[in-house]
Ligand binder design. Sequence first.
Ligand SMILES: Cc1cc2nc3c(=O)[nH]c(=O)nc-3n(C[C@H](O)[C@H](O)[C@H](O)COP(=O)(O)OP(=O)(O)OC[C@H]3O[C@@H](n4cnc5c(N)ncnc54)[C@H](O)[C@@H]3O)c2cc1C
Length: 567
Amino acid sequence: MHQPDSQPRPSLYYNYQVHAPWLPSQHGPQERHPVAIVGSGPAGMVLALELARHGVASVVLTAELQVSQGSRAIVFTRRSLEILQQVGVADRMMQLGLPWRFGNSFYRGQPVFRMEAPHDEDDRFFPMLNLQQQYLEEYLLDACQASPFIELRWGNQVTHVSQQQGYVEATVDTPEGPYTLSSQWLVAADGGRSGIRSQLNLEMEGASYEGLFVIADIKIDLPLPTERLAFFDPDWNRGNTILMHREPHGIWRVDYQLPPGESPQEALRIESLTSRINAQLEMMGYGGTPWALDWSSVYSARTLTLPDFVHGNVIFTGDAAHLLPIFGVRGANTAFQDAQSLGWHLAFVVKGLVSDQLLRNHSKERVGAAREIIEEAGKSTRFMTPPAGGFTLLRNAVLSLSLSQAFVRPLYHWRTSRPHEYTHSWLNSRGDDNALFKAGPAHGAPPQNIRLAQDDYLLDHLGGGFDLLYFTDQPSFPEPLLQVVTHVRAQGVPLRVVAVSAGDVVQGADITLHDHSGHCRRRYGVPASGAAYLLRPDQHVCARWLTLDATRLQAALDTALLRHLNA
Ligand SMILES: Cc1cc2nc3c(=O)[nH]c(=O)nc-3n(C[C@H](O)[C@H](O)[C@H](O)COP(=O)(O)OP(=O)(O)OC[C@H]3O[C@@H](n4cnc5c(N)ncnc54)[C@H](O)[C@@H]3O)c2cc1C
């Protein structure tokens, strides 16, 4: 019988709420659910919220009675905030989170490189926002609880899944014993140690690295701005690296590498943590400043992915689908993109709008994203924790040269998480003008945000369904295009016409965005009236035209819905 911990987790800054378990005896007979989601981490809850936007109900099964232990993911990228805006939690993130855009690297105590992440006036969100994962989960949870499409079952641990003909049966253990839950689709969002992945005997591809790292969150008053700090090869931890980040509530994350051979148990002893943190503070000139430990953990770097996320009617997402190193803040930030993608792909299949081939597209796109991240993350990981003599030599050469040679310093800058572009997606139009554009987001890219007015941005108006972004100086949306839009909508496909106009309201469009200065047109590479972009429900571009007609629009929609495969 599953007995989750009912004591609130300890924390110096976060009040854990313990939720009541969902017990089968208190509910009637169980019907088959369209979607069951195992896990209420970032991936599970963003997925449930995305499905809800499409009117698809889900039941979320989660083993614990409270949100995640410790701060875990603390750095959220701009694209993540754009995704979180879509599911209604970005405002709360912004209220408490600490935005930042600079990173400082030090070698043996000397500053050697200052990284600046690009940020311009068209961006609603900063490149990075620091906030502890408990808050993110709390905000997502509140949004889930407010949705009539989401049922969250605390204290429900999935112990076994069994694929049936066209559906899945899960054995769910609770504090009063097990029950069976049947669903058409089951999504494993059960984290890095996914029991479902193990039960199905699925092998991951990629590499695991040997170095171990400690994460310690301490409460301390340091007079420093919110910027990433990276210390290479300091006197107190020769050959290794220390990262530091500021978090809300006066918490600092200290993240350091352990010497080879030291066990996690030894590293997490309070005496060991204290002496290392004191040595770090001493090196920074803050020796003797009082501090208190909030949470500590040990992790290693892995770059692993499942080669396919869809197995029968079981789909893997987030950390259950891949394990990525946290350098470059790739874990949760990638999980949001997975969940956002899966949300609309799965909703369209559940609603019968497309064949389940669309899920193959999701898997292909997101496995491609994981492989790209693994390639990039592998480079940073080999720099942070060199796996062999050659890599160590290279790293030491870069580090020592950086003291005198400016040209090597940018090598310190490991790339942080960025959204994958679905350049080769099956959903991209073949007969459009993608190659003819000189600016703007290309096939598969997420859209560029544009500031339209004081507190009004382009992305505030996009997403959820398909959006046809139509640039015009005419007073109305052309009738032949409207007929295509009306026909597709009549089939249940959500599609909105968003007119971008230098003039008045455009008749026939669902909404008109005013671009009096022509700034939006320029950034989207639009030379003349009548150009358009087609965006998927996850906002990525799947077609763009310098001039649009009804035949080309219909063809692009057929491609995006994989209907050309059935023709
Ligand atoms: C120490 C640490 C620091 C990190 N720092 C960062 C960072 O700075 N930036 C970043 O982007 N990422 C970071 N990450 C990674 C980030 O926390 C994860 O990538 C993110 O939480 C993944 O979300 P997820 O929903 O896929 O999985 P998880 O958050 O792990 O959620 C899994 C969920 O499944 C539930 N569950 C598991 N098994 C079962 C079961 N059998 N039945 C029912 N429920 C089950 C769990 O209770 C949990 O709710 C860090 C992770 C750790 C551990």
